[in-house]
Design a protein around this ligand. Structure first.
Ligand code: ARG
Length: 586
């Protein structure tokens, strides 16, 4: 990785200029503009600020020391930027080295370290819906990146499998169950029952007059019954436990089918129920250590931090029951004891920021030293009329996926139809494979290519377009390289790469930047930093493909084939880290 190659040199220069090391060392970063060289070093600004000197003068005093085989030219620009232009031959050699290294030579920053990534984590009782999607996409991309960077990576699906929804489901099951319906479609029947319970207890007219007394009483009774069944379950009642197990089996079967389709696999699935015997001990310890205090019959934790000062959290309710936070404290304790992680990442939507700020603060006080990250994300917005929803139903993930794939299939078919009459057509099975990769990839990429901490608005037309920062465009760029290399009919040789043309050079720099982008995505919990890079790489691939002759490139042919093969590899790896499936023909 380019910044790493220069670390020793820069550290030496900084050491000389700043023996007390008052100013933190800064790595080089891409300029993004060929007129400013390839990479830039902005250390002079920091040093000048610390010393109250002119940054330009400081830069001038440093630039002469930037002597390295990679650096062909170093010059001061503007108020104190140091711009570096790299040597073409060294760049070409680095690409060859990258091609020969597993995982593009991604620095193994996780070697010897363990990370737990808690993601997806739906609440059991109904089918997976679009509310579960972003956590699954983002969490899985972070999972893949950590794995590639050498971490021992534990993906944990912290499903909500111990909550009040089971009491409701048990009451609904005993009251309204349709046995034939259940036999035909178990998860469908459970979902119907859950929805029915909600409808039965909902006020007749939300904003209008109150329900008549007899109706209201009936609803109260249902709610009370559900609460009683939840309590019985949590106390281990055998009948309710058996029903719970049955509902869990049905739900997990459904979830696992969705995960398989998404290319997601967890190392452990430890839901809330897994910690049910640990929560009392957690509360006891908090009491013993003076972290929890009694308040109106309940036990709470107060915070010193200004942002949490007004938000104490309950860890044990008046009736002795634990809650979401207690369960998460137990999960934290379990993870620390069993896996000794260096980092724990929990991926949920933005609405849980307070909950995790509280949790992490308590965890610190109990002595947890692991780095704790709440990777939160914004909401997913579907444009009006994006899906034909059955009235009153939330959008199911399978339906969203099917819709994307069928739209992708229509596009693939239309493209086939538009080919000249005598051109060979892709066989039906292959079109189906392409449609699945493009449709699923389009949804995933539309999600991951946005800054996670913003709301994402889905548009079918935008995500399925073959132009712009979309999955079809990126997958097509990849497939185009594969097809071209197949037509060339020779084994591409990275050793033949020679950067004679500016477009080749830009592509080379982009290829080399891939590990940097991946590490930035990992460090900042922002897969979009890698997505942006994959888009840049695709643009540069297409420039070379369109503007320069490759197969008919004469002397440059072998070099361009080698370069495009390395680009294909970098793009394919980047897309794999994001969780997209590449295809060889489109
Ligand atoms: N089940 C929760 C929900 O659907 C998310 C759980 C996230 N992980 C955790 N350790 N609390 O909102």
């Amino acid at each position: 990785m380019i910044p790493h190659l220069l670390t020793d040199l820069l550290a030496g220069i900084a050491e000389q200029a700043d023996p007390e090391r008052t100013t933190p060392l800064e790595p080089v970063a891409p300029t993004g503009n060929a007129a400013h060289g390839d990479y830039q070093w902005n250390f002079a600004f920091r040093l000048a600020k610390a010393r109250k000197q002119n940054p330009r003068a400081v830069a001038e005093s440093l630039v002469g020391q930037l002597v390295h085989p990679l650096i062909q030219r170093a010059e001061v620009m503007g108020p104190g930027f140091i711009n570096l232009t790299f040597d073409d031959e060294v760049l070409a050699r680095l690409i060859g080295e990258q091609a020969a290294t597993p995982r593009l030579g991604l620095p193994q920053v996780g070697a010897g370290k363990t990370v737990v990534i808690d993601y997806s984590s739906p609440n059991v009782a109904k089918r997976m819906h679009i509310g579960h999607m972003r956590s699954t996409h983002i969490g899985n991309a972070l999972y893949r990146l950590h794995l590639a960077a050498g971490y021992r990576t534990i993906g944990d699906n912290h499903i909500g499998d111990w909550g009040t929804q089971f009491g409701k489901l048990i009451v609904a099951w005993r009251t309204w169950r349709d046995d034939a319906g259940y036999a035909a479609d178990p998860i469908g029947e459970l979902e119907r029952l859950y929805v029915k319970f909600g409808e039965e207890v909902r006020p007749l007219n939300k904003d209008g007059p109150a329900d008549p007394p007899d109706v209201a009483a009936g609803k109260q009774e249902l709610v009370a019954a559900a609460r009683a069944e939840t309590l019985k379950l949590q106390k281990g009642d055998p009948d309710n436990m058996a029903l719970w197990q049955q509902f869990m089996d049905v739900s997990m079967g459904e979830f696992n089918a969705v995960y398989a389709r998404m290319g997601v696999r967890f190392d452990v699935t430890m839901g809330e129920s897994a910690y049910r015997d640990l929560t009392d001990g957690v509360v006891e310890r908090l009491k013993r250590d003076g972290i929890a205090e009694a308040s109106e019959g309940a036990w709470i934790v107060r915070f010193e931090e200004p942002s949490l000062k007004n938000s104490p959290v309950i860890v044990q309710k008046r009736d002795g029951a634990s809650n979401y936070t207690t369960t998460d404290l137990a999960a934290m304790q379990y993870r620390v004891e069993h896996w000794r992680p260096d980092r724990i990442i929990i991926v949920t939507d933005m609405r849980q920021q307070l909950v995790f700020n509280q949790l992490f603060s308590i965890a610190r006080r109990t002595g947890v030293t692991a780095e704790l990250v709440h990777a939160w994300f914004g909401m997913l917005v579907l444009p009006e009329g994006a899906m034909s929803t059955r009235a009153g139903n939330i959008i199911r993930l399978v339906d969203l996926f099917d819709e994307a794939v069928s739209r992708a299939r229509a596009i693939v078919d239309a493209r086939e139809l538009a080919k000249p009459p005598d051109a060979p057509r892709l066989p039906d099975v292959e079109r189906a494979v392409i449609a699945e990769a493009v449709g699923m990839g389009a949804i995933r990429y539309a999600d991951l290519s946005q800054h996670p901490q913003t709301d994402v608005t889905f548009s079918w037309d935008k995500m399925l377009a073959f132009e712009g920062n979309t999955a079809p465009y990126l997958l097509y760029s990849y497939a185009r390289c594969v097809t071209l290399l197949a037509r060339a009919g020779e084994t591409p040789d990275p050793g033949a790469i020679h950067l004679g043309h500016p477009l080749e050079r830009e592509l080379a720099l982009s290829i080399l930047r891939t590990p940097e982008a991946a590490l930035a995505a990992l460090t900042n919990s922002r897969p979009n930093l890698l997505a942006d890079h994959c888009y840049d790489l695709s643009n540069r691939i297409n420039r070379v493909y369109h503007d320069l002759p490759v197969l008919t490139g004469g002397d440059a042919r072998a070099s361009r084939l080698g370069l495009l093969d390395c680009a294909r590899r970098a793009l394919g790896t980047g897309l794999d880290w994001l969780g997209l499936t590449v295809i060889d023909r489109m």
